[in-house]
Design a protein around this ligand. Structure first.
Ligand SMILES: NC(=O)c1ccc[n+]([C@@H]2O[C@H](COP(=O)([O-])OP(=O)(O)OC[C@H]3O[C@@H](n4cnc5c(N)ncnc54)[C@H](OP(=O)(O)O)[C@@H]3O)[C@@H](O)[C@H]2O)c1
Length: 326
C-alpha cells in the first residue's frame, strides 16, 4: 500500500509517499480501507522526532481516520466487511490501509460524509473524556477553552455550549474569535492583546472558570489556576507553551482546585475503547441531529501531507485539516 513516511526527523519536507507492507488484522482488530485522515499536533512532534509511537503502534503517522472495513480479525463481533466507520488510532492513519482494535471503531454519525468523519475521533474523544468524563462540566458552569478556533477548541465550544455550559475562549485574531462566537462561545478573549485571567474573572463576576481545557501547558499554568473557580478543574492536554512551569500550590489549595493532565494516545486499548463507546452514546446523537458539526478548515490529498503540516504549523488554519486517501 502507499503511505506517508518521514525520511528522517525534520520539517514538513521530510514527509513523502512510499510503498510499505499492508497491515493485517490481528485478533480483535479490523483492517480499514482509509477514506480520509486528519492532522494532529502530535503528528508534527512525531515528524520532528520528539514523539515516538507507543510500543506496538505503526510508525506511519496518523491518529485518526475514516474508512470502510476491509478485513475482520479473529474474535471481532459487530463489524463486517464494507461497514463505514471512523476510528481512533495509535498511529498509521496516513495510509491506504490501517489495522485498528475493533473497540476503537465508531460508526459514521448520520448526516456526516465519510471524509468529514475523519475530523471527529480525536476531537470528540479528547473533549468528551477530559471535559465531561473527567472534569464533569455541568450545565450553567463556566468553561474556558484555550485556542477555540483550533480543531479541539472548535469542537469543545460546540459540545460544551450544546450541553448548557457557558463558554469562554481565547484566540489569536478578531476574525477567529468572531467565528468562535458563531460556534457558541459567549465570551471571547484575544490572547495577543488581553489578559485572560482578568477577562475571565470580569466576565464571571469574580467566580472564575469551573473547568479549563488547556493546550498551552507550562506557559499558562499559574494564570490558569488564578482563573479557576473554587473547586475548579484545570485539564492540561497540550504543551504548546512548554513542559516545565511554576505553580503556587497555596492558590490551588485555597480554591480546593484540581490540576489534571491526560494523553489519549498512550492509553491502553481498553481505555480508548471505553471512551469511544461513551462518545458514541453521548456525543454522536448531537452530531447526528446537527447540533454539532465536524469543522473542516482545509483538505489536501494524501500526497500533499507536507502542505497540510505546514498549514497547521503556520497557525493560519482553523478547525481540522484533512487528508483524503481514497
Ligand atoms: N492530550 C491529548 O490526548 C490530546 C489529544 C488531542 C490534542 N491534544 C492537544 O490539544 C492541543 C490542540 O490541538 P488541536 O488539534 O486543536 O491543534 P490546532 O488545531 O493546531 O489548534 C492549536 C490552537 O492553539 C491556539 N494557540 C496558539 N497560541 C496560543 C496562546 N498563546 N494562547 C491560547 N491559544 C493558543 C491556536 O489559536 P489561534 O489559531 O487562534 O492562534 C489554536 O486554536 C494541542 O496542543 C494538541 O497537542 C492533546
Amino acid at each position: 500500500m502507499r503511505a506517508i513516511v518521514a525520511s528522517g526527523p525534520g520539517g514538513p519536507e521530510v514527509l513523502e509517499l512510499a510503498d510499505v507492507p499492508d497491515p493485517t488484522a490481528g485478533p480483535g482488530q479490523v483492517v480499514l480501507d482509509v477514506a480520509a485522515t486528519a492532522i494532529n499536533r502530535a503528528d508534527l512532534l512525531q515528524r520532528q522526532g520528539f514523539y515516538p509511537p507507543p510500543p506496538g503502534a505503526s510508525d506511519v503517522l496518523g491518529l485518526e481516520c475514516s474508512g470502510t472495513v476491509a478485513a475482520v480479525g479473529e474474535g471481532v463481533t459487530g463489524w463486517d466487511v464494507g461497514d463505514a466507520c471512523c476510528a481512533l488510532l495509535a498511529g498509521g492513519g496516513y495510509a491506504e490501509k490501517v489495522a485498528v482494535p475493533a473497540g476503537q471503531l465508531m460508526p459514521v454519525p448520520a448526516g456526516v460524509s465519510l471524509a468529514d468523519a475523519a475530523a471527529l475521533p480525536e476531537v470528540a474523544c479528547t473533549v468528551w473524556s477530559n471535559v465531561f468524563m473527567i472534569a464533569r462540566l455541568q450545565p450553567e458552569d463556566w468553561f474556558l477553552v484555550h485556542g477555540g478556533a483550533g480543531g479541539i477548541g472548535s469542537f469543545a465550544i460546540q459540545l460544551a455550549s450544546a450541553l448548557g455550559a457557558r463558554v469562554i475562549t481565547t484566540g489569536g485574531s478578531a476574525e477567529k474569535l468572531a467565528w468562535c462566537e458563531e460556534l457558541g462561545a459567549e465570551v471571547t478573549i484575544d490572547y495577543r492583546e488581553q489578559d485572560f485571567v482578568a477577562e475571565v474573572l470580569g466576565a464571571t463576576d469574580g467566580h472564575g472558570a469551573d473547568v479549563i481545557l488547556d493546550n498551552m501547558g507550562a506557559k499558562y499554568l499559574g494564570r490558569n489556576v488564578e482563573a479557576l473557580a473554587t473547586e475548579g478543574r484545570l485539564v492540561i492536554i497540550g504543551m504548546q507553551g512548554g513542559t516545565k512551569g511554576e505553580l503556587d500550590v497555596g492558590v490551588l489549595m485555597r480554591k480546593r482546585g484540581a490540576v489534571i493532565s491526560t494523553a489519549l494516545r498512550s492509553r491502553p486499548v481498553e481505555g480508548k475503547s471505553a471512551i469511544c463507546a461513551s462518545v458514541v452514546e453521548h456525543v454522536w446523537p448531537l452530531v447526528a441531529d446537527g447540533t454539532i458539526r465536524p469543522v473542516v478548515g482545509a483538505t489536501y490529498p494524501l500526497a500533499d501531507a507536507a502542505q497540510a503540516h505546514a498549514l497547521m504549523e503556520s497557525g493560519e488554519g482553523r478547525g481540522k485539516v484533512l487528508l483524503t486517501v481514497s
